[in-house]
Each structure stands twice: as structure tokens, then as C-alpha cells.
Design a binder for this molecule. Structure first.
Ligand code: NAD
Length: 330
């Protein structure tokens, strides 16, 4: 398959790109390399994808471009699938004057991509990375796609607008789109603003961890490899429309702390206030994804957290080696 992955340097996008090239596909990656978090992490993600491409039958061509100004017709030429993962994530920063960053990245860029996609005759599917944050504080668990979305953060509003655009282009132009509502994705390379990453960094590097709220807030945590399976499954199946992608377990942050201790990475959190825009609970009903494209999450919380801890230890050791080598290099 010839696939275009937007947001290819990011957390989920780099895992998806790596999997596609490993399976022998030809991938065009686009990413603006925004500075929402350390750009060196994104460059390391890209290096991993290039390395995997070099030892597999697939190819990876990367373009450091903003979707709002990239030559999208050229980038999407002859594509079979477009995976649209580029976006400005993060609930907390979406309040206040930064909101235009969110509308540009999550709404304008999605519309520009859809306009280009509808001119591509070879295109079989455009898969959009939507979010559980479109639901807001749902009163029904597990949450089904028929529930009326009521975001409680400006971020959630922009992700819902992107999803509506995908649905609109499907109805208006017959563009086959699928929107996957991810429920808190975790795993190695997770963004440093996310709770699991901050937790694992605290365990491995001894940095403090501030727990927002009382720890009884629950999340449906989804391991990144399961999300990659869902993205590819939705791309190759007949499925169009909206589907929840969860990890099939709803657990509290306090339970997560216990699992971390069990895998040898205990953390003592510093209590902090609940943050505006943070929902109290999330929990996905994944029936639509299971019936639509055979989605079945496989990775347990314990296995997933152990993989994150191992990756953080590897990174910390590498950084210590680099720091030790620096004076010699000078
Ligand atoms: P990420 O920040 O690691 O990756 C997103 C990438 O998009 C970044 O590398 C960024 O540079 C790029 N980008 C931003 N604006 C761009 C633009 N205008 N043009 C080109 N590239 C641009 O985030 P992630 O955690 O990998 O999330 C990927 C997608 O999944 C996002 O759209 C996010 O909203 C969605 N999502 C993620 C989660 C999660 O738990 N990680 C949950 C729900 C939804």
C-alpha cells in the first residue's frame, strides 16, 4: 500500500509509520515538527522509522511541512490510504490565547487535507485520529458512539470539528473516511505532557509527579500497538464512520500507581488540584470497532507499563552516557 501519515514524527504517528514500513508498505510522512514538546524526541522517532525502513522492504519519505501550507496534492498523489494523526493535542493548554494554535492544527489542517484527498482517485480510506475528549463528562459507561458529544475542553471541540469535517466530506463527496476516537493512548515515546509518561519519568528519574485530583478519576488506557492495529484495520476494511478505540479496561490513577509499583517502578505522587477541562472518567464501548474491522485490544496494562518503564530506563542510561562523554568531546 502507498500510505500518507500526517503527524509521522509524533508519538502515535511514528509507531504507525514504523509498523507500515516493517510490513513492506511505502509511506510518505508529513510533520511540522512543532515545539509543543522537545523536537529532539520527534527527530529520534523519525530516526527509528528510517532505521526500520532501511532493514525492511518498505520505504519512508519524510517532509517537514505544515499541512496548512504543504503541497498536499503532490504529497497525496497515488495514495491508497491517508492516516491523519497530525494535530495539536493537550487539554490544558487549549484554554486561553493559545486556542488559535488548536484551530489551525486541528480544524484548518484537517479541512485542507480533506480538500486534497477528494481529488485522489486511488484513495481507499482516510483515517482520522479523533479523541474520547469529544464526549466530555459522559454519564454512560461504557460510552457508545451514539451518545451526544459534549466536550468539556476547547481541545475536544476542535477534535469534534475535525470529525464533523470528515463525516461531511464523506456525505458530500463520497470520500471514504473513518474517525477513530482514541481513549488515552500510552506506550514508549508517549508525549511528556501525558500522565503515564510523567509517572514513568518520576519512577525512573526521580522527578516529582503531581497527581491532578484525588486519583480516583478513571481512564480507558489503550496501548499504542493496539491503536496501530485499529488504524490499519479501519484503513483496509470497508468500514466508514465513527468508532471508539479503547483498551477494554477502565482503571483509576490509584490502580495505575499500584501496577507501576508491581513492575518495580514505585512513585509517591504529590497531590494537586483537578484541572479544568479534565474529564473525571472515560470508558469505551468498542463493539463498533470490533464488528466493523475486527478490533480486539491485546496488551494488558501491566505489560504496557513495563514496556514504558524499560524504554525510559534505556533513554535515561543513554543520556547519562552522553553527559559523561561531553567533556571529552570538548
Ligand atoms: P503528538 O503531538 O506526538 O503528534 C502529533 C504530531 O502532529 C506532532 O509531531 C506535530 O509536530 C504534528 N503537527 C501538529 N500540527 C501540525 C500541522 N499543522 N501540520 C503538520 N504536522 C503537525 O501527538 P500524539 O499523542 O501522537 O497524537 C496523535 C493524534 O492523535 C493527534 O491528532 C491527537 O489529537 C490524537 N489523539 C491522541 C491521543 C493520545 O492519547 N495520545 C488521544 C486521543 C486523540
Amino acid at each position: 500500500m502507498r500510505a500518507v501519515v500526517t503527524g509521522a514524527a509524533g508519538f502515535v504517528g511514528s509507531h504507525l509509520s514504523e509498523r507500515l514500513v516493517r510490513d513492506g508498505h511505502h509511506v510518505v510522512g508529513i510533520d511540522a515538527l512543532t515545539d509543543y514538546y522537545d523536537v529532539r524526541r520527534k527527530e529520534a522517532n523519525l530516526a527509528a522509522v528510517h532505521a526500520t525502513a532501511a532493514e525492511s522492504g518498505g520505504t519512508f519519505r519524510f517532509h517537514a511541512e505544515d499541512l496548512n501550507s504543504a503541497p498536499l496534492k503532490e504529497r497525496l498523489d497515488c495514495a491508497d490510504c491517508v492516516f491523519h494523526l497530525a494535530g495539536q493535542p493537550g487539554v490544558r493548554r487549549s484554554w486561553g490565547s493559545d486556542f488559535t494554535v488548536y484551530t489551525r492544527a486541528n480544524i484548518d489542517a484537517t479541512q485542507a487535507l480533506l480538500e486534497a484527498a477528494r481529488e485522489v482517485p486511488t484513495l481507499r480510506k482516510l483515517v482520522y485520529a479523533s479523541s474520547s475528549s469529544v464526549y466530555g463528562d459522559s454519564q454512560a459507561y461504557p460510552t457508545t458512539e451514539t451518545l451526544r458529544p459534549q466536550p468539556v475542553s476547547p481541545y475536544g471541540v476542535t477534535k469534534l470539528a475535525g470529525e464533523h469535517l470528515c463525516e461531511l466530506y464523506r456525505r458530500a463527496f463520497g470520500l471514504p473516511t473513518a474517525s477513530l476516537r482514541f481513549f488515552t493512548v500510552y506506550g514508549p515515546r508517549q508525549r511528556p505532557d501525558m500522565a503515564f509518561r510523567r509517572l514513568v519519568m518520576a519512577a525512573v528519574r526521580g522527578t516529582g509527579f503531581q497527581l491532578f485530583g484525588d486519583g480516583e478519576q478513571t481512564r480507558d488506557f489503550t496501548y499504542v500497538a493496539d491503536v496501530v492495529e485499529a488504524l490499519i484495520g479501519a484503513a483496509v476494511a470497508e468500514f466508514t464512520g465513527v468508532a471508539n478505540i479503547g483498551g477494554a479496561h477502565r482503571v483509576s490513577m490509584n490502580q495505575v500507581l499500584r501496577v507501576l509499583a508491581a513492575v518495580g517502578a514505585p512513585v509517591i505522587p504529590v497531590p494537586g488540584p483537578r484541572q479544568p477541562g479534565d474529564v473525571h472518567d472515560t470508558g469505551a464501548d468498542i463493539t463498533v470497532a470490533r464488528e466493523g474491522f475486527g478490533y480486539a485490544p491485546k496488551v494488558s496494562l501491566r505489560e504496557g507499563l513495563a514496556a514504558m518503564v524499560a524504554e525510559e530506563r534505556r533513554l535515561a542510561a543513554l543520556e547519562a552516557l552522553e553527559a559523561a562523554a561531553e567533556p571529552v568531546a570538548r
